[in-house]
Design a protein around this ligand. Sequence first.
Ligand SMILES: Nc1nc2c(ncn2[C@@H]2O[C@H](COP(=O)(O)OP(=O)(O)O)[C@@H](O)[C@H]2O)c(=O)[nH]1
Ligand SMILES: [Mg+2]
Length: 453
Amino acid sequence: MTRQAEGIVAVATAPGRSGIGVIRFSGTESASLGLIKGMTGLSLPQPRHAYFTSVLDTAGNALDKGIVIWFKAPHSYTGEDVVEFQVHGNPVLLNLIIKNILAFDDSVRLAEPGEFTKRAFLNGRLDLAQAEAVMDFVNASSESALRAANRSLIGGFSKECGQIEEELIELRTQVEAILDFPEEEIDFLQEGRINEKIGKISAHLQTVIRTADQGQLLQEGAVVVLVGSPNVGKSSLLNRLSEKDVAIVTEVPGTTRDLLGNAILINGVRIQLVDTAGLRQTDDVVESAGISRTLKQIEKADMVLHLEACNVSRSPSTLELIHEHLPEGTPVLHVVNKIDLLEEPFKSSADRIGISAKFGTGIEDLKRAILKIVGFDGTVQSVYMARRRHLEELRKAEQHVCQAKDILNSSARQLDLVAEELRLAGTAMGRILGEFSSDDLLGKIFSTFCIGK
Ligand SMILES: Nc1nc2c(ncn2[C@@H]2O[C@H](COP(=O)(O)OP(=O)(O)O)[C@@H](O)[C@H]2O)c(=O)[nH]1
Ligand SMILES: [Mg+2]
């Protein structure tokens, strides 16, 4: 167990005023007991008992009355000794208590972002994927995201990854056993079994990749950029999808100049909509600046929604401009607006959807199409919250497994190479769980956490 000499302290509740504010300390047992004695006068507390007590400053004057709890190691969040002070949720009071704690014990310092969770990870209370899920849980912006984060937090995703890692190790051991007895002819039966096992691992990986892929989408959401000629109704569509007036809508072409964003939830998936200046030739300096922002935004999009109006013919130069700036692989959905002006009903197809931003016609179809294009598949059960990092490792593992399969099926059948590919696949899985993670990676992960978590 990694025990850190330094104690750390931070406010664990959100900044601002609230019913209760929680201050959390993590460190050694002696520092914890010293702090409880010094800050409340309480000696010999029982672990995990709530004491209603005064909280004192270093001069012994009461600052507030509240609850103090001692979580004796290893039965705490961090795996170290933890003390929690639950007091009134006033930021001035919370800062004052922290100041007094720091003055009381000079081996205590302010916690860095995510440091409590980092210690929990270093002490083996959580693996890395679970530690990451803590933050995803705190940040989840929809019920689906919350449920997915919870599945990862309680270890669902880690368990799947750990299982695949074990399957890989077991298979590698078998391959190496064959290698250790080169004089014996490789039994074709044995080889067939290896092939079958690789196939199973590969299928298991595919399933986990699919669920993790959905989780990543829930975690990160997608950026959908609305582009088109002026006056086709981009801002009206942003307002319609947002269900409020985010953007100014007028009949004057070139109304929107700056980028305007708003995040919406479609089936729990966070979609960051970006409304842009309409694309056209213009001498107006402000509008041109807006247009160049639009074009830059296209480069960052997960998906481009190209809007046209049914009463105006499609502008080839607008489409050309979009395609000039569209990175390879970014999907474009064509949407025809103002279908309320048509006499005949509009016939939508998969890649051309008719809507009326003004009256709300076709908006549900549009939402479904957006979800489908950004890759949300409502059929996947038990989605795990996952990050880009996890998917990259899963895909690396999959590639190595594929490679192993190819080598095994090639005429040379070099089993040492098969074993090496299996080892590399296993290492990728281990990196998800943080078995061999560099300080750099840990630093990067935990620095995105909030302080006090
Ligand atoms: N009839 C009709 N008019 C619309 C519709 N959507 C937008 N408009 C009108 O088209 C004009 C331009 O809309 P706006 O949203 O500002 O377009 P933008 O320049 O693409 O952002 C406004 O007068 C809107 O009221 C629609 O679905 N039907
Ligand atoms: Mg506009």
